[in-house]
Structures are given as structure tokens and as C-alpha cells.
Design a binder for this molecule. Structure first.
Ligand SMILES: [Fe+2]
Ligand SMILES: [Fe+2]
Length: 134
């Protein structure tokens, strides 16, 4: 079964942000588990709604932190958050029209790319900016 294991490569060097990323990854892993036992369609919509709510809180928290740190890339980063929330909205809309196993698989791939790419590329820049990671 496919799941994402937290490791130091995913750390942005800021404990509170890492803790929130771990919660988001847990939502993703819960959905991987559900899909692997044929429960994807039943679980996906509900978990995505939780994930969406948590993501909004997490993004607001990150933006607040960037503001306090005087992070120079804040506007671009904030715009990426807007796009991520919009992607989640689109996924939720699509799932409301009926969830097939194909759509479950597509959703999981999108979410994995969505979450991991943003953490590894964009969120890590904040940690680097404050010298918390290399
Ligand atoms: Fe971010
Ligand atoms: Fe983040």
C-alpha cells in the first residue's frame, strides 16, 4: 500500500510548520489507505473537505509567519496558496458529481503532487531564508 512517510527531507526547519505538514500528510495517507481497501469513493469527499479546511488555516498561519519574518517572496507564495485552495475546490466539485475509482486515483496523484511539491520547493524557501535548513 502506498503511503507517504515523514522524513527529514520534508522538514522546512520550522517545528510548527512541520507539525502542520504532518497533519496534511496524515489526511493524504488516510485517503491512500481508504483507496487501497476499496473505500476511496466513500471516504474521499469527506476527507478532502477536512483537508481543505485545515489547509486554509495552515496557509494563513504560514502567511502570518512570512509577514513577521519579512520574507521577500510572500506575495508569490500567497498566490500559490490561492491556487492550491482553488485546485482543492475544483477537486471537491468534481467528486460531488460522483466518485469512480479512476477519479479516486487521479485525485490521489494530484494531491500528492500538490502537497509534496509545495512543501519541498516553496515552503522550504522560508526555512532557508531564516537559515533553519541548508
Ligand atoms: Fe506554503
Ligand atoms: Fe505549507
Amino acid at each position: 500500500m502506498r503511503t507517504i512517510t515523514w522524513n527529514s527531507d520534508l522538514s522546512v526547519g520550522i517545528d510548527e510548520i512541520d507539525a502542520e505538514h504532518q497533519v496534511l500528510i496524515k489526511y493524504l495517507n488516510d485517503m491512500f489507505v481508504a483507496c487501497s481497501v476499496g473505500q476511496g469513493p466513500a471516504v474521499l469527499s469527506k476527507t478532502l473537505c477536512w483537508m481543505q479546511r485545515y489547509s486554509r488555516e495552515h496557509f494563513a498561519h504560514e502567511e502570518d509567519l512570512m509577514h513577521k519574518l519579512g520574507y521577500p517572496g510572500i506575495d508569490e507564495h500567497r498566490q500559490l496558496h490561492v491556487e492550491l485552495v482553488s485546485d482543492l475546490d475544483d477537486l471537491i466539485d468534481e467528486l460531488e458529481n460522483g466518485v469512480s475509482h479512476d477519479l479516486s486515483n487521479k485525485t490521489m496523484q494530484l494531491l500528492e503532487d500538490w502537497l509534496l511539491q509545495h512543501i519541498l520547493v516553496e515552503d522550504k524557501k522560508i526555512g532557508r531564508y531564516i537559515g533553519a535548513i541548508d
